[in-house]
Unconditional design. Structure first.
Length: 124
């Protein structure tokens, strides 16, 4: 009798797991341009956490090529490349030093202009 109870519970659990895997979908990271602008402004004022910044910089934005270009510029700001050095570490709650935040400010301005150029549409 105990075998049948264990078998029934295991069978129900496996069926639920199979249904969840079949009907579920993989988690995605698809932020909007406004969300990225808020994240970058949070870096400027010190309210963005290191974890959110690392998630943004580390995940490619395949759904929006313009956001991908902004992300790559932020990656160069953090890591540096052969043309520009990496931004220095900030103090207190800031992720970057003053020079790094000034470089980030130009990226924020470009993203603001990109958002302003977006056509306004409404779904019905």
């Amino acid at each position: 009798m105990a075998f049948l109870a264990a078998f029934a519970i295991t069978l129900v659990f496996l069926c639920l797991m199979a249904a969840a895997l079949h009907f579920g979908r993989a988690p995605t990271y698809r932020p909007s341009r406004a969300e990225i602008l808020a994240l970058l402004q949070g870096v400027l004022d010190g309210s963005t956490t290191r974890q959110r910044w690392d998630l943004y910089v580390g995940m490619p934005m395949q759904h929006d090529p313009d956001l991908e270009a902004i992300r790559l510029r932020c990656l160069v700001l953090q890591e540096g490349d052969e043309n520009e050095p990496a931004a220095g570490e900030g103090i207190d709650d800031y992720l970057f030093d003053r020079a790094g935040r000034e470089r980030l400010r130009s990226i924020v301005d470009d993203l603001t202009h990109l958002i302003a150029r977006d056509p306004v549409y409404r779904e019905f």
